[in-house]
Design a protein around this ligand. Structure first.
Ligand code: LRH
Length: 462
């Protein structure tokens, strides 16, 4: 039996998941799990990239049998730079760091957002790679004199495994420096930001084999296997795992972020789409992920920590339900929730600004739950307007699809049936790409059919 290994790293945790086909069903086994999170390094919020690298190797070593291949997916937009000997020459700054705070405004004269959106189709997020690179150039211009290559985080981890440094297309698209039309780096954008063109390598497609493990890694794990490119942006992987039957379903990848949208054959970069801040991220087989980023479980993850980790997520929903009639709502996408010192205080502050009296903990939680569900509903309405289609269901994958209360509120707010599951969306998408590349699965449609038959999918009627 052929097995495949997905290394799937999110903002709060990473996991190694083995996958294989058995009697036409996809089977999964989690073999390794580790914590992730950004931390302060010399005044910047950074990922501990060296620890992530050793976790990736340790997890591979935990395999009891040798998989056919391994592929890495992670969150988007963050990167590192390599010097002429292939060494890392800058920290892996995390997207919630404040270094880009003023950059979009400063760049507006030379790289106006409307122009950028027209070329890349990528939404305005202050943390897009294009703005991070501009911030880095301002702070440490010398680094670009030494830089030979830019690698996104999963590309870097795949490079440390295989010794082969390439840029993968789906994650590269989130830099806001890839042409939506041509699917290659946009040289005009690179020039306007004043970056060296040579650091942007040719874009490679998900599924491609990079080769075996380096001698160093082979020695550590005790065997060799093929390293492949996943659809290395986790959201690109997650969308592949959505078990839709038809074209009328909206996809929601629910984790730290809620990524809600549809798959399109061509990008939509008109003024209305830009005004609504929909993005066109590059997908597997050039399926564009036309979606919106919604702040997502990040808000609840933070509130949980602040209220004490002894509160399970179930406890949070219980508390929220005890104030189900609370009327306060917030704009979950407001800037103040991106990296607040204290999430509860930020929520409280937003509510009190609107004239609500100081909310209780259950009221705050109820507000966040309802506001999330309602923002999904608004996004679906906007999607219908922008694509001229009517959507008939919402399919949720990822850890957040376990949240029964949120699923119920979502079905009610969207007035649509909600299909929840599988929970391991990103890892499954990662495995699907490896299985297609190896000939175990024939197509994305077949993979989605297999996913539908293999995992429990709960239905919530409006
Ligand atoms: C989700 C995600 C999302 C990006 C964000 C930075 O993990 O990749 O698609 O916008 O992280």
């Amino acid at each position: 039996m052929k097995t495949y290994l997905a290394v799937d790293i999110g903002a709060s945790s990473g996991r190694h998941i083995l996958g294989w086909l058995e009697d036409g069903k996809l089977k999964l086994k989690e073999i390794y799990r580790f914590k992730n999170g950004a931390e302060d390094q010399n005044g910047h919020l950074c990922w501990d990239i060296d620890r992530l690298e050793s976790e990736v190797t340790d997890g591979i070593a935990a395999c009891e049998t040798v998989p056919e291949s391994v592929a890495v997916d992670t969150w988007a937009v963050d990167y590192v730079l390599l010097g002429k000997n292939g060494e890392r020459i800058c920290p892996a700054v995390a997207y919630r760091d404040s270094r880009t705070e003023t950059v979009p405004d400063e760049l507006e004269k030379t790289v106006p957002f409307a122009w950028l959106y027209g070329r890349t189709g990528i939404q305005m997020q202050k943390f897009n790679t294009v703005y991070q690179l501009a911030a880095q150039k301002k702070e440490m211009p010398d680094v670009f004199e030494k830089a030979e290559k830019l690698l996104m985080i999963p590309d870097y981890l795949a490079y440390r495994l295989s010794g082969v440094a390439v840029n993968e297309y789906t994650n590269a698209s989130t830099t806001a420096m890839v042409s939506a039309e041509h699917k290659t780096w946009d040289k005009e954008i690179i020039a306007r930001v004043g970056l060296p063109e040579k650091i942007f390598g040719e874009l490679h497609k998900p599924g491609e084999a990079l080769g075996g493990l380096t001698e160093r890694v082979k020695e550590k794990v005790g065997f060799d296997l093929t390293v492949r490119l996943a659809a290395s942006h986790d959201t690109a992987s997650a969308f592949l795992a959505v078990p839709t039957k038809d074209e009328n379903a909206v996809f929601l990848s629910s984790g730290t972020w809620s990524l809600i949208g549809v798959e399109l054959k061509a990008p939509v970069t008109n003024d209305e789409s830009r005004a609504q801040n929909f993005t066109n991220e590059g997908g597997y087989e050039y399926r564009y992920r036309y979606l919106k980023n919604i702040m997502g479980l990040w808000m609840l993850q933070n509130m949980r920590q602040e209220l004490g980790d002894e509160n399970s997520f179930d406890k949070l929903t219980e508390l929220a339900q005890s104030a189900a009639d609370y009327k306060g709502r917030i704009d979950v996408n407001a800037e103040c929730f991106l990296a607040p010192k204290n999430m509860c205080a930020a929520v409280k502050n937003e509510l009190m600004k609107q004239g609500f009296k100081e909310p209780t903990v259950p009221e705050m939680l109820s507000c966040v739950y309802h506001s999330l569900a309602e923002s999904y509903a608004e996004t679906i309405k906007a999607l219908e307007k922008l694509t001229g289609k009517v959507y008939t269901s919402l399919n949720i994958v990822g850890g957040g699809s376990r949240d029964e209360y949120l699923n119920k509120l979502t079905a009610k707010a969207c007035k649509l049936p909600v299909y929840a599951g599988p929970t391991e969306g990103t890892a499954i998408g990662n495995l699907i790409v490896q299985m297609i590349a190896d000939g175990e699965l024939a197509s994305v449609q077949q993979a989605r059919d297999v996913v539908r038959d293999s995992f429990e999918i709960k239905i919530y009627e409006p």
